[in-house]
Design a protein around this ligand. Structure first.
Ligand SMILES: Cc1cc2nc3c(=O)[nH]c(=O)nc-3n(C[C@H](O)[C@H](O)[C@H](O)COP(=O)(O)OP(=O)(O)OC[C@H]3O[C@@H](n4cnc5c(N)ncnc54)[C@H](O)[C@@H]3O)c2cc1C
Ligand code: SF4
Length: 328
């Protein structure tokens, strides 16, 4: 493992200053992703800044009805929070579908947003990988690409974004609160993660030293009619092959509003806005759900071993819509 210095930051400004003055520094939350990557020499920070005593562990309701989740709230505390369970079941279900109970007890909201891909070539330092070593090539495109993305890919990288929580947050239009060397700002969830394009090593729009302080979930009355469905190779714990986060506003059998995001099939948490629009004004029915699924996957770009994902993602989405649409 690459040698590093370790500091414990007592306040946000100290953490941000420490991260800004050193190019190869990293904050550590639960450490469940960062430490694994350091052990494998994929992440090689010179400085680790422990942020665990910062006051970012609260979940609170704002005066406008939105929910503010501190960046250090653990995945377990968020998933089991009463307000989240009642008003945003999709978020609770997505988190509980991820990792194991032990991991969720220590993994943080901020760390979950920044967890890195599970592409096996990314972890294998003996193989080329543009994300790990820019310009070296992508071993997955012509390799064993069974777990890889069919949406949002480029000719440089086809790795999926691994998070379950982020899929629900994409559907809920979350807002990420960030504090940097020049002050505080808010980032819309859809703008936060970037597509691989020519630079798969860049995964989000954060700047050096930026600390995620919170995630805000806008009040959305129909989010109480929401669900997360995840398909994976094994039930104990595993990353999604396909997943869907959905919410529907239904009045007298007619869909008034819809939210759809997909996981496991795209290079970033994937909001399917065209499929949402296609549902609005339609009757709740197997046909309207199938049409929406076809639209959501219409740009699917399949490779040798992942072509099954197009149909799997459609069925996963239909299953999630059936669940909240009341179709058996
Ligand atoms: C065996 C295993 C199975 C898993 N299965 C799943 C799964 O099925 N679904 C799923 O979604 N996830 C899964 N995970 C991933 C897990 O959810 C993440 O590892 C976890 O959420 C990361 O949170 P953390 O606090 O431990 O992050 P850390 O490892 O501490 O940090 C991750 C990254 O975020 C940065 N960071 C952390 N906090 C902040 C902050 N506040 N501001 C700025 N940067 C920050 C760190 O510098 C680092 O780059 C699994 C992990 C393991 C080990
Ligand atoms: S898919 Fe992305 S992460 Fe995987 S080998 Fe190719 S460049 Fe690396």
């Amino acid at each position: 493992m690459h040698p590093f210095t370790f500091i414990k930051a007592g306040d946000n400004n100290t953490a941000i200053k420490a991260a800004t003055e050193n190019a190869a520094s990293k904050f550590i939350g639960g450490g469940t992703n960062l430490v694994d990557l350091m052990k494998m020499n994929i992440e090689k920070p010179d400085k680790i800044i422990d942020i665990n005593i910062l006051p970012l562990k609260e979940i609170k309701k704002l005066s406008n009805g939105n929910i503010l989740i501190g960046a250090l709230v653990t995945n377990s505390d968020l998933a089991y929070n009463e307000m989240i369970r009642n008003k945003f079941p999709v978020l609770s279900e997505a988190i509980l579908a991820g990792a194991s109970a032990q991991l969720r007890n220590i993994a943080t909201t901020g760390g979950n947003l920044l967890q890195r891909t599970r592409c096996y070539y990314f972890y294998d330092t003996a193989t080329p990988c543009n994300k790990r070593e820019p310009g070296s090539g992508c071993s997955a495109i012509n390799g064993y690409n069974r777990i890889h993305a069919v949406l949002g890919t480029s000719d440089k990288c086809i790795a999926t974004h691994p998070s379950d929580m982020c899929v629900a947050m994409a559907a809920l239009d979350a807002i990420i609160h960030v504090q940097g060397i020049n002050g505080e700002r808010k980032i819309m969830f859809s703008d936060f993660h970037t597509l691989p394009g020519d630079h798969p090593e860049i995964e989000n729009i954060l700047q050096k030293g930026d600390l995620i302080t919170a995630v805000e979930i806008p009040a959305l009355s129909f989010a109480k009619n929401s669900a997360y469905v995840k398909v994976r190779d094994r039930a104990s714990y595993d990353f999604a092959l396909a997943s869907a986060a959905v919410a529907l506003d239904i009045n007298n059998g007619i869909i008034k509003n819809a939210r759809i995001a997909l996981g496991g099939v795209a290079t970033k948490p994937w909001r399917a806005t065209e499929a949402e629009q296609a549902l609005i004004g339609k009757q709740v029915s197997a046909n309207s759900f199938k049409d929406a699924a076809d639209i959501a996957l219409k740009n699917s770009k399949e490779l040798k071993f992942n072509s099954y994902k197009t149909e799997l993602a459609k069925r996963t989405l239909i299953s999630a819509l059936n669940k909240i649409g009341g179709i058996a």
